[in-house]
Design a protein around this ligand. Structure first.
Ligand SMILES: N[C@@H](CCC(=O)N[C@@H](CS)C(=O)NCC(=O)O)C(=O)O
Length: 210
C-alpha cells in the first residue's frame, strides 16, 4: 500500500495516473496547496521541499518527494512503464528529465504570470509563453510518426501529459502542434488516466480539444 499526498495539479496527477496505470494499491491524502497545507510540519517530514506530490510506501518504509523520482520508483516497483535496462530506459529518463527541468517549470511560470498575476510583467508573460511554445515544438517533433515519446507508453508520457492538459492555461493552441494533439487525445482516453486525473478530488472533465 502506497500513501499518496497530492493535489489536483499536473505534478500531483502524474503520480495518481501512474499508480492507476500500474495497478498499485494506494490511499490518497489531499494536501490543499490553496490553504498552504504543504507547510504543515507532518507533511514536511516526508516532503522537505514543501511541495506536492510525495509518497510513503508502507511495504518498504521509503518516503519520496519529487514527482520524477516517484515515477521511477513506482515503475521499478511494479516492473512496468520503464524498461529495466538498455537504451530505452535512458531514453525514458531523458524525456522525464526534460519534463522536470523544462516543460513543467516553464509552463508553471507561464501560469503564474498569465493567470495568477496577469499584468504584473509583460516581459515575463511573453518570455514564458514563448518558452512553452518552443517546448511544445520540441515535443511535437519527437512525436511525429510515433505513438509515444519513447517506443512504448511510459512514465515519460505520464510526466508530460498532465502539463499538456493545461494547454489553455499557458495559451498554447494545440492545432499548431498536431502530433502533440493526437498523442494528448489518445492518452486522455485511457481509463487509468481518467481515474488518476480526478485524484484527490473530482475537478471536472479532462480538457479535450476538437
Ligand atoms: N519538482 C517538483 C515540483 C512540485 C511542485 O511544484 N508542486 C506544486 C504543485 S504542482 C506545489 O506543491 N506548489 C505549492 C507551492 O508552490 O507552495 C515535482 O515535480 O514534484
Amino acid at each position: 500500500m502506497i500513501d499518496l499526498y497530492s493535489w489536483t495539479t499536473p505534478n500531483g496527477r502524474k503520480v495518481s495516473i501512474a499508480l492507476e496505470e500500474l495497478g498499485l494499491s494506494y490511499e490518497a491524502h489531499a494536501i490543499d496547496i490553496s490553504k498552504d497545507e504543504q507547510f504543515q510540519p507532518d507533511f514536511l517530514k516526508i516532503a522537505p521541499n514543501n511541495r506536492i506530490p510525495a509518497i510513503v510506501d508502507r511495504e518498504t518504509g521509503i518516503s519520496l518527494m519529487e514527482s520524477g523520482a516517484i515515477l521511477i520508483y513506482l515503475a521499478d516497483k511494479a516492473g512496468a512503464l520503464l524498461p529495466p535496462e538498455g537504451e530505452a530506459r535512458y531514453r525514458v529518463i531523458e524525456w522525464l528529465m526534460w519534463q522536470m527541468g523544462g516543460l513543467g517549470p516553464m509552463a508553471g511560470q507561464a501560469h503564474h504570470f498569465l493567470r495568477a498575476n496577469k499584468g504584473a510583467s509583460a516581459y515575463a508573460e511573453e518570455r514564458y509563453v514563448e518558452e512553452a511554445k518552443r517546448l511544445y515544438g520540441v515535443l511535437d517533433r519527437r512525436l511525429e510518426g510515433r505513438d509515444y515519446i519513447v517506443d512504448e507508453y511510459s512514465i515519460a508520457d505520464i510526466a508530460c501529459w498532465p502539463w499538456v492538459s493545461r494547454y489553455a492555461w499557458h495559451e498554447v493552441d494545440l492545432d499548431a502542434f498536431p502530433s502533440v494533439k493526437r498523442w494528448y487525445k489518445a492518452i486522455a482516453l485511457r481509463p487509468a488516466v481518467q481515474r488518476g486525473y480526478q485524484v484527490p478530488k473530482h475537478t471536472g472533465d479532462i480538457p479535450m480539444p476538437d
